[in-house]
Design a protein around this ligand. Sequence first.
Ligand code: ZN
Length: 330
Amino acid sequence: MNNKGSKTKVGQDKSELVAKLPMACADERSAIEFFEKQRWGDTPCCPECGDTDVYQMKDRDGNRQKNCRWRCRGCGKQYTWRTGTVMEDSRIPAHNWAYGFWRAATSKKGVSALEIKRHTGLSYKSALFLMHRIRFAMAPTDGGPKLTGTVEADETFVGGKPRKRTPQKPFGKPGQEPSNAQTMKDRKTPVFGVVSRETGEVRARVLPDVKAHNLKAACDELIDKSAKLMTDEAMAYRTIGKAYAGHETVTHGRGEYVRGDVTTNTIEGFWSLLKRGVYGTFHNVSRAHLQRYVDELEFRYNHRKLEDGQRTLAAIAGGEGKRLMYCDPI
Ligand SMILES: [Zn+2]
């Protein structure tokens, strides 16, 4: 019998689970039972073969084993609540995972590894590992479906170190260092984003640069051709826009931000959340980690209508089946 992926879907069960979340953040056994219930509901099954003929392994005194292993009678394999999730291959206790998921799913600007270290007593290295994996759980599988309807598209630049005043070198000499202004811009990382006005869903991607072919590739990946596109006047969008059912622009260069229903204000609202998070919580995010941070923010934004507890459950559910795709950041 294949029950792979069977999860608690019923609203009643979910509210019961949400009520158990605070305890799961504090007590190890409660946390393990919380993750088991979240994953399998009332029908525990084997993550390897999907068989429901499974049992809890017991120690010599007939109590449940401390590491809470299960065994499947179908395939004979042993497994735990971690198997096949982003929590696999880690010794970080279950209650720390519960706490990390809860904080990441509910903090407005996101939560830093340093904060997790302070609140849990984990080492900084473990806290960093935990947060990376949680962000990976929150990242959309396969990027999510393409956006349709009225879609605002825009790009922004984040990061970069504060400008330093160094003496200017004369212009035009071979091998010359770029000017301060150029260095500053080079260090900033471009992020491209789209939002559907109808569904309110956002998708955002870190780009190597904002050259026309990269913007076009991002639009192709994220926006359905039936969409009506809204952008600013940037040249690249004039060509890109022709592939879509409609394309309207606002001319930011002339101070025009809204013309009737033509505006990019929704995606710009998302950019201000991103910048507040990057500058307020993380101070500086490396280019390599920015996409993970963007994924985390995108998850919270796209699940903003859920209550905190439900959003936490959605994040945990996102961590299932992703184990094999995971590559640890350097
Ligand atoms: Zn099995």
